[in-house]
Design a protein around this ligand. Structure first.
Ligand code: NAD
Length: 261
């Protein structure tokens, strides 16, 4: 599971899953470019540096191609090489009932979650293919697999990420570059803070995440573990997959939530 000698871009690194992955990857030997449009990405970089890791903090908007091109070029210029990309940055969607969704809502959600992810892949691929080695990991969601884990715009944006991963795996045929998606279940992060705050305010914290067989929600480090594995050479034969890390949530047919025993 070592990432020694790897040079990796992690997007969405100011918070949640991206922050946890940037810190974990650096602790396992990777030099990390931590990207986010929130300048709190500097705090992630400070944490990595304090632990003796190598990091570049970069503010950028992944939905803007000029930004993505610039940070990819900076990464290669400063590290001299690129071995991996974790295209993780995303937003939770408009949060509206579907009949209230408009084209602008869709454009914003897909513009970041789908097109932004695509742009990060597009600009990383030539660097990876030129070395005939590398790993791309994207954060999709269980919402991209089945219903009831997000709004229509969010779920569509994540289903599209899974489709891109499957399609691009074949576009990268024979190049030595792998691409996979992680589909997290409910993880406590900045994106889901409202869910947790509201549940705690109602005294219903013990009900959060109860509908999966692990009977709990996840934490960002549990997704970071999968991301670091997929970025490592240990995952050398894992390609084109959408891997759920969800406590077992997506394994089920519909079921009746059991009474407490
Ligand atoms: N938390 C969950 O339960 C959950 C479940 C499934 C999937 N996900 C996915 O995980 C990924 C990470 O989210 P998180 O849960 O850690 O949330 P988070 O809000 O804590 O972190 C997301 C980060 O992405 C950044 N970001 C958003 N849009 C950006 C843009 N255009 N350019 C650059 N940075 C941008 C944000 O500033 C933030 O720091 C997202 O793609 C999200 O859809 C989260």
């Amino acid at each position: 599971m070592t990432l020694e000698g790897k040079h990796i871009i992690v997007t969405g690194a100011a918070s949640g899953i991206g922050r946890a992955t940037a810190i974990m990857a650096a602790s396992r030997g990777a030099a990390v470019m931590a990207v986010d449009y929130n300048d709190r990405v500097e705090e992630t970089a400070d944490t990595i540096r304090a632990a003796g890791g190598t990091v570049i903090a970069q503010t950028a908007d992944i939905s803007r191609e000029d930004d993505v091109k610039a940070f990819t070029e900076r990464c290669v210029a400063e590290f001299g090489i690129l071995d991996g990309l974790y295209a993780n940055a995303g937003i939770g969607g408009a949060g509206k009932p579907f009949l209230e969704l408009g084209p602008d809502d869709f454009a914003r959600t897909l513009g970041i979650n789908t097109v932004g992810t695509f742009l990060c892949i597009k600009h990383a691929v030539p660097c990876l293919v030129s070395r005939r080695h590398g790993s791309i990991v994207c954060t999709a969601s269980v919402a991209g697999l089945r219903a009831n884990a997000g709004g229509v715009d969010y779920s569509a944006s994540k289903a599209a990420v899974i489709s891109m991963v499957q399609t691009i795996a074949y576009q990268l045929y024979g190049t030595g570059v792998r691409i996979n998606a992680i589909c997290p279940g409910l993880i406590e992060t900045g994106m889901t803070a409202g869910v947790f705050t509201r549940a705690r305010a109602r005294g219903a914290e013990d009900r959060i995440g109860q509908i999966n067989p692990a009977a709990r929600y996840g934490n960002p480090e549990e997704i970071a573990e999968m991301a670091c594995f997929l970025l490592s050479d240990g995952a050398s034969y894992v390609n084109g997959q959408a891997i759920a890390v969800d406590g077992g949530l997506s394994a089920s047919h519909p079921w009746v939530f059991p009474r407490k025993q």
